[in-house]
Ligand binder design. Structure first.
Ligand code: AMP
Length: 396
């Protein structure tokens, strides 16, 4: 059984084809510059095929992906019939979707309604779904939501302290994101620790360009740092994370900006980029800091401090923690960031072993042998979670 996993952004489409009997990756690729010109990168492991191909819209991009999968030279399948199902990453499922679902007309309509909560993400996700329905009408499509893993959070964690009618009327509440990643790495942590998932308290730190922390008690997300939108919580590459909301009107007045322009600044020009003035990429910021750039160092310090504060608060939320997991671009690769964050956590019994921590992009338990709270790096695999959910739903 082969499952095609699609992740559609506004001008991009990431894909993977996985054999779900063996859970092996057959091919992965990326279409970029959709609606502009079009660029395909198709990576089979043994060979990479790259081509500039016209992609006026997502439907054209999906057709190009299918052609690449079927291509006699760099493809991996002989017939479209080999694709049993398509799993789509959908960012926002609102309060409707507490788990992955088989896509029907009703599901599509609700995803469209949720676009109000994720205007940058849900519309391109939906475009990908519609393109696949059109091109492969007989192939079942499944939606896997970034928000679903957090759907069981208690009200005390998801309610904002604003008039309750806004929650009732407009569904303003914390939703949380990166759910497939938090789910994957926490389940994997339980396997590595050799303990039942249901008996563990785990804090997962998805530290990529976007970043969030999640408290997982007995396999259930009980709190997470992103909110109504992915802007809340940690300092990120270009997002501010938590701020005093009054900053919005203050910046509007002082800088003569509209509300939308101010939100764009908080989403795209803030975070470690905003503080450092150097870059949103931790490699550039680390380099600048090592050359004496004070703002770069300030950005790294503020970033680690915020992550550590969230971890501390989630240890309180769960009244303990067995493990802290680092994942995504920064979490998997930045040795220094992990080291700095862990320095704040010795009071809880988490102690990093510098030698074991000296590794990038690989699974490792880098705790000191006697540490009470285990600290681990686990590379995330959101596509595998999407493919697993897709397989499970179509089997039903
Ligand atoms: P992601 O969103 O998970 O793809 O993470 C992307 C981010 O990971 C980049 O913007 C970098 O800040 C960070 N990153 C990737 N590789 C490294 C590395 N070797 N060292 C430090 N940071 C890295």
């Amino acid at each position: 059984m082969d499952v095609l996993v699609l992740n559609c952004g506004s001008s991009s489409l990431k894909y993977q084809l996985l054999n779900m009997e063996t859970e092996t990756l057959l091919v992965k690729g990326l279409c970029e510059r959709i609606g502009i010109d079009g660029q395909l990168k198709h990576d089979r492991g043994d060979k990479v095929y790259e081509a500039a191909l016209p992609m006026p819209d997502h439907e054209a991009a999906v057709k190009i992906v299918l052609d690449a999968l079927l291509n006699p030279e760099h493809g991996v399948i002989k017939s479209m019939d080999e694709i049993t199902a398509v799993g789509h990453r959908v960012v926002h499922g609102g309060e409707h979707f507490t788990d992955s679902v088989l896509i029907t007309d009703d599901v599509e309509r609700i995803i469209e309604e949720c676009s109000a909560l994720a205007p940058l993400h849900n519309p391109p996700n939906l475009t990908g779904i519609r393109a696949c329905k059109h091109i492969m009408p007989a192939v079942p499509q499944v939606a896997v939501f970034d928000t679903a893993f957090h759907a069981g959070m208690p009200a005390k964690a998801y309610l904002y302290a604003i008039p309750y009618e806004y929650y009732e009327e407009h569904k303003i509440r914390k939703y949380g994101f990166h759910g497939t990643s938090h789910k994957y790495v926490s389940m994997r942590a339980a396997e590595i620790l050799g303990k039942p998932y249901k008996e563990l308290k785990i804090i997962t730190c998805h530290l990529g360009n976007g970043a969030s922390v999640c408290a997982i008690d007995g396999g259930r997300s009980v709190d997470t740092s992103m909110g109504l939108t992915p802007l809340e919580g940690l300092i990120m590459g270009t997002r501010s994370g938590d701020i005093d909301p009054v900053l919005v009107t203050f910046i509007m007045q002082k800088e003569n900006k509209t509300a939308q322009e101010t939100l764009d600044i908080l989403n795209k020009k803030s975070g470690v980029l905003g503080i450092s003035g150097v870059s949103s990429d931790f490699r550039d910021i680390g380099q600048a800091a090592s050359e004496g750039c004070e703002r770069a160092q300030a950005a790294l310090d503020a970033y680690c401090y915020r992550v550590a504060r969230y971890i501390g608060s989630y240890i309180t939320a769960m009244n303990g923690a067995d493990a802290i997991v680092f994942t995504a671009g920064v979490g998997e690769n930045s040795i220094q960031t992990r080291e700095e964050i862990c320095k704040y956590l010795t009071c809880f019994g988490a102690e990093a072993d510098s030698e074991k921590n000296n590794s990038r992009g690989a699974e490792v338990d880098f705790s000191k042998d006697h540490a009470k709270v285990r600290t681990l790096v686990i590379p995330t695999n959101e596509e595998l979670v999407i493919a697993r959910d897709t397989k499970q739903l179509i089997k039903k």
